[in-house]
Ligand binder design. Structure first.
Ligand code: FAD
Length: 465
């Protein structure tokens, strides 16, 4: 009788789960575990941010409950346990005689260090087996060594587009090995149902993620117009919104690619269907870039080690940005959306990051850490690499900042988005809603909206008369 432990992390699904598939092939008896470790209560290294904020904790809880239910239908049990994985998993292995722990590989520094701690704690009697994670490609598929991942997205994309076909996803298992007994162990189960949110914008879980995939492709055909709508700001359908489910591993990137291919074969193949995969390749690029550069990504000078980046960490400026109280409506509306829903559009993220790192000239890492706390779809590589890129410390020195007012006028020309999140601006004449400091003093005095102190010179051409 071989017993194996399946350690779930950011792979909360049955479909196309390589660690689950490997464990099923190997074991007669399976013990499924998720550890609620110190990340759920830890503070970040930057300011007063939490590593996991309430939106994401709620989403993960929903995903765990969905996974537990699906495993239960296959006769399995998901043990959601309090504690550090190295303690929990080694205790279970010692008690049950499990000779392996199956899990997904992780390459970010903190996560890789955790894998090493688990490996050390398990010792020689129990092997830690790491399967591929939630990327389109596996390490062995790449047409370059990990140390030679191209430094620019275009070079990366061209090499992989020319060289690799998308990996076929693995079907969800229909039967599972039986559950192992944990009765003799003093482990603390965590009741994550108390973390669930009321009426969330996006609900965690594999089944909700699969529903979103079907909805976006086959039910509504939104995929067919994705390239035209992807820079939208209001509503849920201008872009796929796959990111929260991808980040928690409720959806597999390879499954998305396979279903897009099916859509192309059955419905239509056009620039939009290509573009969704193009965007997934950005995710892929950042994932493999983090694997290449490791801890360097998290330094102020970033991947390229620039020494001229802002060092300021001004508490009142940062708090105003976090709270959506900067006095720039386009920034504030986006930050309010983030706080209230855990989501912000890609256009919004680029602008609020640029405003933080360039216009407010703050150390970009404090902004990235706030996103880490708040985003439903927080993904270590996507978040920190995107922030580094906007801050000019990514893989090249280019100025990737934005003229935030020009962007606001272009992407929210009629002010509909800012009014949705900042209804107090209704009192300001429409033509000045993006520049409310132009309104007359009586109007400004009648609303609770901050007055912008410094107006960047480059905005001059975008300020109406
Ligand atoms: C400062 C900043 C921080 C970000 N932090 C994260 C993060 O923590 N997690 C995250 O998933 N995305 C992050 N992004 C990327 C992007 O904003 C989101 O992936 C996207 O908005 C998610 O919405 P969607 O699923 O509807 O995207 P769609 O436009 O529908 O794109 C489909 C998928 O492609 C991938 N993708 C699209 N754009 C990017 C990108 N620029 N970088 C990496 N992957 C991309 C995502 O997996 C996304 O789900 C960040 C972008 C910026 C500028």
């Amino acid at each position: 009788m071989t017993t194996t432990i399946l350690w779930f992390k950011n792979d909360l699904r049955l479909d196309d789960n390589p660690a689950l598939a490997a464990a099923c092939q190997y074991a007669d008896q399976l013990i499924c575990v998720y550890c609620v470790d110190q990340r759920f209560t830890a503070k970040s290294d930057y300011g007063d941010c939490q590593r996991v904020g309430p939106h994401r904790a709620g989403f993960v809880a929903e995903a765990l409950l969905d996974l537990a239910e699906q495993l239960g239908e296959l006769g399995q049990t998901l043990h959601i346990l309090d504690g550090e994985p190295e303690d929990v998993l080694s205790a279970i292995a010692a008690e049950t005689g499990a000779d392996s722990v199956h899990t997904e590989i992780e390459r970010a520094p903190d996560e890789a260090a955790q894998l090493k701690r688990v490996n050390d704690a398990l010792g020689e009697a129990c092997e830690l087996v790491c399967s591929p994670d939630n990327t389109l490609y596996r390490l062995e598929d790449l047409p370059f060594a990990p140390a030679d991942v191209p430094a620019t997205f275009t070079k990366f994309r061209k090499k992989i587009e020319d060289a690799i076909d998308n990996r076929a996803p693995i079907a969800a298992p229909e039967v599972l090995p039986g559950p192992g007994e944990l009765a003799g162990l003093a482990l603390t189960q965590v009741d994550v149902s108390t973390w669930r949110r009321d009426a969330p914008r996006f609900t965690g879980g594999e089944r909700a993620g699969q529903e979103r995939l079907t909805y976006y492709l086959f039910e509504t055909d939104r995929l067919a117009v994705y390239k035209k709508t992807r820079n939208g700001l209001l509503g849920d359908d201008y872009s796929s919104k796959f990111s929260p489910w991808l980040a928690a591993g409720c959806l597999s990137a390879r499954r998305i690619a396979a279903r897009v291919a099916a859509y192309e074969a059955q419905v239509t193949a056009n620039k939009s269907t290509y573009w969704l995969i193009f965007e997934l390749r950005w995710r892929e690029f950042f994932h493999w870039t983090l694997a290449r550069v490791g801890a360097r990504l998290f330094s102020r000078g970033g991947i390229i080690g620039r020494g001229d980046r802002p060092t300021a960490v001004d508490a009142s400026s940062i708090e105003a940005w976090q709270a959506g109280r900067t006095g720039v409506p386009f920034i504030d509306a986006n930050m309010k959306e983030l706080t209230e829903t855990g989501y912000m559009s890609n256009r919004g993220r680029q602008n609020v990051a640029s405003y933080f790192a360039r216009d407010m000239a703050q150390d970009w890492r404090w902004g990235a850490a706030w996103f880490e706390e708040r985003l439903l779809d927080y993904d270590v590589a996507s978040n920190w690499c995107n922030w580094a890129t906007v801050a000019g410390v990514g893989t090249d020195k280019r100025d990737n900042g934005f003229n935030v007012l020009a962007q606001a006028r272009r992407y929210d020309a009629d002010g509909e988005y800012i009014l949705h999140w900042l209804p107090e601006l209704e009192a300001v004449p429409a033509k000045w809603r993006h520049t409310p400091w132009q309104a007359d003093p009586a109007t400004l005095a009648s609303i609770d909206y901050p007055r912008l102190a410094h107006i960047p010179a480059e905005w001059a051409d975008h300020i109406p008369d």
